[in-house]
Design a protein around this ligand. Structure first.
Ligand code: BYC
Ligand code: FE
Ligand code: FE
Length: 467
């Protein structure tokens, strides 16, 4: 098999012997990791997957039944038609960096490692879910997400191997050594150490946590470091499907809850579904954990990244007129003397919060669509997003307790009041009890409505995974 068949790419891999060697040494280690930590129990099955074999329209989404270990994890950078200068920060307008400027080496490496680490982490978090899939359609979507997160790891490992020499090779090996949830060698960001025990959590994760990916990648897709910018742009094209899986997954759970409530006099559990208020608690959990991923509200790191032209705001080029962000403030609520007050924060130090703002708006729009579905099903209940201060582990609010309305809680029952709005042991047991594999083509578990259309317009009873 030729090099380009083994590692499909549009980075002229065959002309760079050193890089080729580094990647060829890393590839078997990646495969070992995939066999050990990837989806358990399905590695020899044929799965109807979309594979990117080139960046153009026909090549980036070819569908075929393949075994996951035979998936071609490739390296693709979105081509750029025009020369884009550095778009923001202290030196806007200078030529984009094609190599890593010495003074940016450490921060850039940190960003790449942090981004890269999340990709295998999520595969590890999801590795047992296949055994309880609600349908072959959902099983296939899980595996599609998993192989693409594997490809996103390749994208970051390419940057490490190509631009960071020996350090980069060591970091690439570390990506395969850390383990989600392992107390001795955990993944870097805490959200990626939280177990995903059931499919409701999986849908919340792909809805909320993969959506952090959309915003972080969006900010990095503005980078003055051109290879980073271009690789993140291509990753975003794949991300859209992950977000689709999450949002529509939750819609289908809510629809089914509403239908079962009607059939069973309001008692969703009697009908074998997941009650809407229970779904709400899972939303509360994963939304708040995903908000942590934007970092501190007030952050000098984020200011440095922006000043260096490495990480911008979402849609920096299109959306903003002033790309220096030297002037202006963001009003950040903080806790002082036991109450919430506003702190005027210089814009550059509030870059994490700017990104989080855009993210929250996006989530709110999805929440509206869920409520429209509930309305269509004739349900009275609605779901909401908790306030951004609720249940946080990172940033200004981590040291305090807030309820889902964002009110500061004091007193001995504060922790219990927070816990009351999160999934409890009974919820976990109930949702867990519903997780039984449904693998007949066209059939769906009772707790979830079928999707509106199949993947790649396939018929309802299509055999997405051949078991
Ligand atoms: N957990 O100023 P701060 C995705 C650390 S998701 C633990 O607050 P900063 C995907 C921070 O590292 C997208 N630690 O934060 C989704 C720092 O440590 P040091 C992932 C955290 O640096 C689903 C300290 O706290 N991509 O792709 O401004 C499936 C204070 O730093 C956390 C990226 O994250 C946390 N949650 O920003 C698959 C992009 N948050 O210096 C994939 C790259 C902060 O004290 N990363 N800390 O050792 C970044 O841009 C930034 O590192 C962060 C944090 C936004 C994460
Ligand atoms: Fe990803
Ligand atoms: Fe993703």
């Amino acid at each position: 098999m030729s090099l380009d068949d083994r590692i499909p790419n549009n980075v002229d891999l065959h002309t760079d012997r050193r890089l080729q060697k580094a990647l060829e040494q890393w590839q078997p280690k990646f495969l070992d990791w995939w066999m050990e930590m990837g989806p358990e129990g399905f590695q020899t099955k044929d799965v109807y997957l979309r594979t990117a074999i080139s960046v153009d329209r026909d090549g980036w989404a070819t569908f075929d039944h393949v075994k996951m270990p035979d998936y071609r994890w490739g390296i693709f950078l979105t081509p750029e038609e025009r020369k884009r200068p550095v778009g923001f920060g202290d030196n806007p307008g200078v030529e984009s960096f094609e190599e890593v400027p010495g003074e940016f080496r450490n921060p850039l490496r940190r960003l790449i490692v942090t981004q890269g680490d999340t990709e295998p982490a999520s595969v590890e978090q999801q590795r047992l879910l296949g055994q309880t899939c609600p349908s072959l359609y959902d099983l296939r979507n899980l595996f599609q997400v998993n192989v693409e997160e594997g490809r996103h790891l390749w994208a970051m490992v390419y940057l490490l191997h190509r631009f960071f020499g020996r350090d980069g090779r060591e970091e690439a090996d570390e990506m395969l050594a850390r383990r989600s949830g392992d107390p001795d060698k955990p993944r870097i960001l805490e959200t990626f150490n939280q177990p995903i025990k059931n499919w409701l959590s999986f849908f919340c994760f792909t809805m909320f946590t993969d959506r952090d990916g959309k915003y972080q990648l969006g900010a990095l897709a503005e980078s003055g470091f051109a290879p980073m910018r271009r690789t993140c742009q291509f990753m975003l094209t794949e991300e859209a499907h992950h977000l689709f899986v999450g949002e529509t997954g939750i819609t289908r759970v809510l629809r089914r809850a509403a239908q079962l409530a009607k059939e069973h006099g309001g008692d969703v559990k009697a009908g074998g579904g997941i009650p809407i208020e229970m779904v709400q608690r899972y939303i509360n959990y994963w939304f708040s954990y995903s908000l942590d991923l934007f970092g501190s509200e007030i952050s000098s790191n984020s200011s440095d990244y922006f000043a260096m032209g490495l990480k911008g705001r979402f849609d920096e080029e299109k959306k903003y007129a002033d790309h220096s962000a030297r002037e202006g403030f963001l009003e950040v609520p903080v806790v002082e003397d036991g109450r919430i007050t506003i702190r005027q924060t210089p814009l550059r130090n509030a870059m994490n919060e700017c990104l989080r703002d855009d993210y929250i708006k996006d989530c709110e729009a999805a929440c509206k669509r869920w409520n429209r579905a509930l309305e269509e099903e004739g349900a009275e209940q609605r779901v909401t997003l908790p306030n951004r201060r609720f249940h946080r582990h990172i940033g200004e609010y981590a040291q305090h307790k807030f309820n889902s309305a964002g009110e500061l809680l004091t007193g001995p029952d504060a922790a219990a009041r927070v816990a009351a709005e999160l999934p409890n042991a009974e919820d976990e047991a109930w949702v867990g009890s519903l997780m039984k594999a449904v693998t007949k083509p066209g059939a769906f578990a009772n707790w979830i409505a079928p999707p509106k259309v199949g993947i790649n317009s396939m018929p309802a009873d299509f055999e997405y995974v051949k078991l």
